[in-house]
Design a protein around this ligand. Structure first.
Ligand SMILES: *Cc1c(COP(=O)(O)O)cnc(C)c1O
Length: 391
């Protein structure tokens, strides 16, 4: 059996056409600004190669990743595109940025000084982004360092600045006062950097309005179907679908318990359906006694603890004729979006996506060569798009 034909306990389907539709929607929203794509953390767990290739074919030409290793892995899939590395240059790794034509994000005076020395020794040093901290206190030049760059411009001699960026701390809370403060600081930067591409907004920031758009937006989560504005109707198309197979079905009597720690007791006779997914697949243990699935259109509460490889549902509401080993249970899909799973788990959709595990059978659909699974798996432009762990 090959990886593609080995039966898996669960199938994770990733809709590349939906990723592209989301990117196009955001691009229309932010025009005339450009829309980049943030594909760090393996494109939020969805597979950086197929995701970036689909976006590149759709016209995306600027990509952001967190670290150098991600950028090197991304480069062959998006020739001729700008790739920014948010964490900047690891010590002594400048040459890799030249070799792969990667753009470091410089986050401090120390970063700038090191790159300036390198750029002045190196003919083909790529351009950079400079990140100013306007309220996140995480990465980027804090205000005192920003003032020194302003007052001592020779610090940038020989450094080609292609982009000036900042990052919003509270963009998912539209009424938060920090949004306006960061926007004002960004507007100040904009005046000081005429002709340089300015970038502020990630997914949520795009929905704050045009004053936050600058010249280049940097969405991640919204591309992958996450709600950019919590509590409002999600305008994005769902990308992820996760279905598990029921392995076994049993009836339990009142008083019987389910799972480790006996944390759930049946109050009446109940039907328990066990599926082969667990926290070893990134199905978070915090979903114990809180998650839910769907069998057909019927909601089935997750009962008992999530264990490493198994979860248990109270399927008493499902007609017996529809319930047997092999029956499919929807864990993420049309009835349960990633934000709903996140709410059940007490976390955010980002963590649901980046936790998606390596044991699922992964199927990519909606690649440009055709909408079917077969095309995604075997298409000429789809190098190994379907494989367990083939991401
Ligand atoms: C992760 C990240 C993004 C993307 O954020 P989303 O909320 O997923 O859109 C943009 N910019 C920076 C600096 C980031 O770290």
């Amino acid at each position: 059996m090959t990886a593609e034909t080995t039966p898996a306990n669960a199938v994770l389907t990733i809709d590349l056409a939906a990723v592209v539709a989301n990117w196009r929607l955001l691009q229309r929203l932010v025009a005339p600004a450009a829309c980049a794509a943030v594909v760090k953390a393996d494109a939020y767990g969805l597979g950086v190669a197929p995701v970036a290739r689909a976006l590149h074919r759709a016209g995306c030409r600027t990509f952001f990743v967190a670290c150098l290793a991600e950028a090197v892995a991304l480069r062959p899939h998006v020739a001729d595109s700008a790739i920014y590395v948010l964490a900047g240059v690891p010590p002594g790794c400048e040459d890799a940025f030249v070799r792969h034509q990667l753009r470091p994000v410089l986050n401090s005076l120390i970063d700038i000084a090191a790159w300036r020395g390198f750029a002045n020794r190196t003919a083909s040093a790529p351009p950079v982004a400079i990140h100013f901290d306007t309220g996140m206190s995480r990465l980027g030049l804090p205000p005192d360092e920003a003032a020194r760059v302003r007052d001592e411009p020779d610090r940038l001699d020989g450094v080609a600045v292609a982009c000036v960026m900042s990052h919003l701390a509270c963009a998912d809370q539209p009424d938060h006062p920090l949004n306006a403060r960061q926007q004002a600081a960004f507007a100040g930067l904009r005046q000081r950097w005429p002709g340089v591409q300015m970038s502020l907004a990630a997914s949520s920031g795009i929905f704050l309005g045009p004053a936050w758009h600058g010249d280049l937006c940097r969405p991640g989560l919204a591309l992958y179907g996450g709600a950019p504005v919590p509590g409002r109707t999600n305008p994005m198309t769902q990308v992820v679908d996760l279905r598990a197979r029921i392995l076994q079905v049993r009836e339990i009597d009142p008083g019987w318990s389910v799972g480790y720690g006996a944390t759930h007791h049946a109050r009446r006779r109940a039907t328990i359906a066990t599926a082969g997914v667990g926290y070893g697949d990134g199905y978070l243990r915090s979903l114990s006694n809180r998650g839910h699935g769907y069998i057909g259109d019927i909601r089935v509460p997750l009962v008992g603890r999530v264990s490493m490889d198994l979860i248990t549902f109270d399927a008493s509401a499902v007609p017996a004729a529809l319930l047997a080993p092999g029956t499919e249970v929807e864990l993420i899909g049309p009835h349960i979006g990633i934000d709903a799973v996140a709410a059940d788990a007490g976390t955010i959709a980002y963590e649901i996506l980046t936790s998606l595990g390596g044991r699922y059978r992964r199927v990519y659909r909606g690649g440009v060569d055709g909408p079917s699974e077969r095309d995604a798996a075997t298409g000429a432009d789809a190098d190994g798009l379907e494989a367990n762990g083939g991401r």
